[in-house]
Design a binder for this molecule. Sequence first.
Ligand SMILES: *Cc1c(COP(=O)(O)O)cnc(C)c1O
Length: 349
Amino acid sequence: MPDKPSSTLRLTVDTDALAANWRALDAMSGAAKAGAAVKADCYGLGVDTCVPVLRDAGCQHFFVAHWSEVEAVAHHIPASQIAVLHGVLTSEDADYAQQIGAVPVINSVEQAERWQASGGGRCHLMVDSGINRLGLSPSELGDANVQALEVDVLMSHLACADEDSPMNARQLEVFKQTRQQVAHRSASLANSAGIALGSDYHFNLTRPGLALYGGVPRTELSGAITPVAGVEAAILQTRTICAGETVGYNARFTADRDMRIGVVSLGYADGILRSWRGQGAFTFGDKHLPMLGTVSMDMIVADLTEAPEVREGNWVTLPYNLQNAAQQSGLSQYELLTVLGTRLRSGNA
Ligand SMILES: *Cc1c(COP(=O)(O)O)cnc(C)c1O
């Protein structure tokens, strides 16, 4: 096969910022160590790009959601440092865990039984302290199969750590009580936002995800966290339209004057969804190029009024500061990262 021509779009990942974010979150975790949530392909930024950086920064606890995610992470770190949050839903999962050496997070009495039946051994245990997502209810912790587990990290997950909610303190109390009910080596409660709730929430291990990748779920973190992701794309074509002409799918923008526009090579499959409509703007150097009309499949049209020098083949940037982008697009900071498409990632410089 001939060499492929270079891509017209790319995701940039600032690996220095990623490392600095992990170190900042580790420092903010006080006596606790910071781990890293690397599920969903490092929230869309790429396991192969991010995991070696986190490892070299000093991270030793990695969390994925699915068993299908273990292999890619295990290319970079020992499988024993990988925890699988969804636990063992089948005996196939349990056997795979035993063979590959990744650590299941046990979430139910059934999972505890299944893990013991597969041979047991080191595992983590998730207790539900109020989010009502995954995890054992405190009342289930007395179960014989649960008591028999070799629990390394006892963990729970906060529902509202990114808000000033009384639920945070309630979950903290429930979690502390569950620590009396089952033997464990260490304890972990805080996600990114939970780290900012203070030392009561830190225990032995924290589990940041979003903030590693530049998300700012609480204002306390804004000074410490640097953006990591950048979205860049080429202008495929420029044209001049007359007053009264429309742009894009469903003709949602009508020019009120003659104007020069550029067609940017970014669209739905890259994770730039229709919800950006009428909100976003590209940058070209320090020039501002508003999006016009609706994202139309693989393309977005930009207003080139401020940058008459822009030509076909020039590159523009979609600022991906997650706090601002969340306001512009109506998507959460989590969604903004995890929707980034594989086509964008494979364009990586
Ligand atoms: C995803 C996840 C995290 C990371 O949460 P962020 O809010 O992204 O920091 C931590 N713990 C568990 C159990 C998770 O599922």
